[in-house]
Design a protein. Structure first.
Length: 295
């Protein structure tokens, strides 16, 4: 792994907050193990191994029932580690893949059968060599018949540049980490208002209220400065929010979060049982397991 890489927390605390039955960690990753699933030559970082066994043990420790595993950029478009984790999950995990625009219908159907229900596109300029505008449009047309959704990752200052592209997509669109707002700015300031307006104007957009550890200036364990941003979205878009650990927390430089403390963050942003049920169970089930949720 990279010499400055921070490995995931070796012994996260047991959360004080007990997630509702059937809770889903809707944003997490698997890395390797590299001897079995090599990392992509064009990767921007080399992480520690963080395989399915460790992920599923963490799920159980935190009191969750299911995972949505997001393909990591260090594996590129080779989804083998993701598919292996899905096939080992006994139906308790779904996947978000990374694919090339020339992927065939047969390859998409194979991913679908393995438990993939969406694709992810990264617009964070420091993590990709080229923004995937044309690729996104072509892939969106291919996956629409499968009823998959699209996950997009961008930073707040990039929203204006990609707005016209992402708002014409023919699928449900899920935004990672609230579009990475600058939480040192007011929650009712212009920058975050642009994101809220995106959610208000486009009912096919969902958002993950995730990664306070990446956004906070005040830091752990409470990440107080992130709470107002998450809570606004949970309050206003209760039926279109998701939550996840982001385990094993790739590219964290300041500190490695305690996943138990991250779970204890949930009641700060979703203070009622009804909002916790929507955030952790009803919404991810409706999006990723519609056949079980009755959707």
């Amino acid at each position: 792994m990279d010499p400055n890489w921070l490995p995931f927390h070796p012994a996260p605390s047991k959360p004080h907050f007990h997630p509702p039955k059937g809770a889903v960690d809707a944003h997490c990753h698997v890395f390797g193990p590299v001897h079995q699933f090599p990392f992509a030559p064009q990767r921007k970082y080399t992480p520690c191994d963080a395989g399915k066994t460790s992920l599923f043990a963490l799920r159980d420790h935190l009191g969750f029932s299911r995972n949505v595993i997001v393909q990591a950029t260090c594996h590129g478009t080779d989804n083998a580690a993701l598919v292996d984790a899905l096939q080992s999950s006994n139906g308790l995990a779904k996947g978000i893949a990374a694919v090339d625009e020339d992927i065939t219908d047969n390859e998409l159907r194979a991913l679908d059968a393995a438990g993939v229900c969406g694709v992810r596109f990264n617009f964070v300029k420091r993590l990709v060599d080229k923004l995937p505008q044309e690729q996104l449009q072509r892939v969106a047309e291919k996956i629409a018949p499968l009823n998959w959704h699209i996950v997009i990752y961008f930073e707040a200052q990039e929203l204006d540049e990609i707005y016209d592209l992402i708002t014409t997509l023919p699928t449900t669109v899920v935004v990672d980490h609230m579009g990475r707002p600058d939480v040192t700015q007011p929650v009712d300031g212009t920058e975050f208002a642009n994101f809220v307006r995106l959610m208000e104007d486009h009912l096919n957009f969902w958002v993950k209220v995730t990664c306070p550890e990446r956004l906070s200036a005040t830091g752990p364990p409470a990440y107080e400065d992130v709470v107002p941003f998450c809570r606004l979205l949970v309050d206003r878009f209760t039926d279109r929010v998701l939550w996840g650990t982001d385990w094993p927390h790739p590219n964290m430089k300041s500190h490695m979060p305690n996943d138990g403390a991250l779970v204890d963050f949930i009641p700060e942003i979703a203070p009622t049982k009804a909002k916790q049920q929507a955030l952790l169970v009803d919404n991810p089930m409706r999006l990723c397991w519609p056949e079980e949720s009755g959707s």
